[in-house]
Write a protein that binds this ligand. Structure first.
Ligand SMILES: CC(C)(COP(=O)(O)OP(=O)(O)OC[C@H]1O[C@@H](n2cnc3c(N)ncnc32)[C@H](O)[C@@H]1OP(=O)(O)O)[C@@H](O)C(=O)NCCC(=O)NCCS
Length: 203
């Protein structure tokens, strides 16, 4: 899975976070068709589901990426149980082309405390041909003010212990390791690290 990226020696263009749109949807579809998945846990199955959903009703797919009131139907965990969906938004990470996705979710009361089946406020994934260019680091930096504007006192992010790239992204954005814990079966089980980024004073 290789794609032309930044020429050697050239600075990569700045990152923006973009709402899903019909105009840019073909670039997202292209990434899914290349074998990339925005879902770190469900991988190719989730990518296939998204391609099917886009083919069936692209407007609904775009619309569902923005759910700040938490009105979408419950979500099914890997344990088969249906869980209430939290409010949240998903944005495309973009530079001169599609780079990946970043999502933010929050509890209705804005305490920052999440139910056990929700692994963190923020998740992200970058397409392989855009990795190592600071795309995730910049995307996380850009979405933090959105979390503070929603009233969250902190955000938590979880990573696999061996996901050093993701840990670097979090640490570069002020993340502090809180704990090593066992993931619930509904999220696939196994060990995970929990990081926390506090809202800065005045934000
Ligand atoms: C994790 C991920 C989002 C990082 O995206 P990215 O745009 O490449 O990240 P950035 O370029 O902003 O930063 C990555 C950092 O990790 C470093 N890195 C990359 N691979 C690494 C590895 N195997 N070991 C150690 N460091 C690594 C990079 O050099 C960079 O460090 P730097 O900022 O000091 O240069 C991307 O690898 C990805 O999508 N992985 C699959 C999905 C995933 O793991 N999502 C996160 C779930 S918690």
């Amino acid at each position: 899975m290789t794609r032309p990226t930044v020429p050697p020696g050239a600075a990569p263009p700045d990152v923006t976070l973009e709402r899903f749109s019909r105009a840019r949807l073909p670039r997202y579809v292209d990434a899914l068709e290349q074998g990339w998945s925005p879902d770190n846990i469900r991988g190719a199955v989730a990518a296939r589901e998204q391609l099917d959903a886009i083919a069936k009703d692209p407007d609904a797919f775009v619309w569902r990426s923005d759910d700040p009131e938490g009105r979408l139907p419950p979500i099914q965990g890997l344990d088969g149980v249906l869980y209430a969906r939290l409010p949240g938004v998903t944005r495309w990470i973009w530079d001169d082309d599609f780079c990946g996705v970043i999502s933010l979710r929050w509890d209705h009361d804005r305490t920052g405390v999440l139910p056990p089946h929700v692994l963190g406020h923020i998740g992200y994934a970058v397409v392989p041909w855009k990795r190592g260019l600071g795309r995730a680091r910049q995307a996380l930096k850009l979405i933090l003010p959105v979390a503070w504007a929603r009233g969250l006192p902190f955000v938590e992010l979880t990573t696999q212990p061996d996901n050093l790239a993701s840990q670097k992204v979090i640490l570069a954005n002020g993340g502090v390791l809180v704990e090593r814990f066992a993931k619930p079966i509904s999220m696939g089980g196994g060990e995970s690290l929990r990081f926390r980024i506090r809202r800065p004073a005045g934000a």
